[in-house]
Design a protein around this ligand. Structure first.
Ligand code: ADP
Ligand code: ADP
Length: 225
């Protein structure tokens, strides 16, 4: 069964008001287990809205959302939060790492919040950091790392609780082109190595082309890109 399924997802901001903005008008998407899908969209097309709905940070006006086969319509906030914590990892354009904590601690903390033991969490964090090439930065705080290193740590944090689905919103949009390229490749390798499914928004068609499939978001709908 698909890890993520969207059927007829619609979303209008300020619905019924003069300043209403119809962003999604029947978006359909199915992401299989282990599949990496690129999301390409012009600015303002609604890619953040779509990712927030897929990641249970926002609720659609209508349509059906299933995560790992489970319907999300009508779920209580508490259950939605539980599904989000267990099944979904997020990566943003800006890393949002906690500045007062080291790289290792930033990857440990979500695991502790999810009930893991401290030593088990530290081992997993160290393993993830090593896999993306920043094992030697484990004891550094974010401010002491380059943008590319910070974003690699953010990937590790997103995968800390072994989610089935990774959602990324322009994950390398804040990096220079060369760094962006290597950091993006690292993300793809990490996803492939863990059997994760991913929906990754990017403006970069070269990078999108490295994924299994490209979907385009335009006029409120998703089409094969
Ligand atoms: P993208 O990520 O593709 O740039 P967004 O999903 O952020 O697009 O936004 C899509 C459209 O919805 C934009 O026109 C934006 O201004 C509008 N929008 C986004 N969030 C809100 C909001 N909370 N209230 C009203 N309009 C919003
Ligand atoms: P933008 O797309 O405008 O740059 P972000 O992607 O940083 O915004 O955040 C979008 C929304 O996701 C915000 O409402 C924010 O509160 C929420 N958010 C950001 N980071 C997290 C997180 N780690 N966990 C849960 N919600 C988050």
């Amino acid at each position: 069964e698909p890890v993520l399924e969207l059927k007829g997802i619609a979303k209008t901001y300020n619905k019924g008001k003069p300043n209403a903005v119809e962003v999604l008008s029947g978006a359909d998407l199915s992401v299989a287990a282990g599949e990496l899908v690129a999301l390409v969209a012009p600015s303002g097309a609604g890619k953040s809205t779509l990712l927030h709905i897929a990641g249970l940070l926002d609720v659609p006006d209508s349509g059906e959302l299933r995560i790992c086969g489970r319907g999300m319509t009508g779920l209580s906030d508490r259950r939605r939060t539980a599904v989000r914590r267990q099944e979904v990892g997020f990566v943003y354009q800006f890393h949002h790492l906690l500045p007062e904590f080291t790289a290792l601690e930033n990857v440990v903390l979500p695991q502790l919040a999810n009930g893991a033991g401290r030593s088990e969490a530290a081992l997993r964090a160290a393993d993830l950091l090593a896999r993306v090439g920043v094992g030697n930065r484990a004891d550094h705080r974010p401010a002491a790392m380059s943008g590319g290193e910070q974003q690699r740590v953010a990937f590790c944090r997103a995968l800390a609780n072994e989610p089935r689905l990774l959602l990324a919103d322009e994950p390398t949009g804040n990096l220079d082109p060369a760094t962006s390229d290597t950091v993006f490749k690292t993300l793809i390798e990490l996803a492939r190595g863990t059997g994760l499914s991913a929906l990754i928004a990017t403006h970069n068609m070269d990078l999108a082309g490295r994924m299994d499939r490209v979907m385009r978001l335009e006029n409120g709908r998703l089409t094969v890109g």
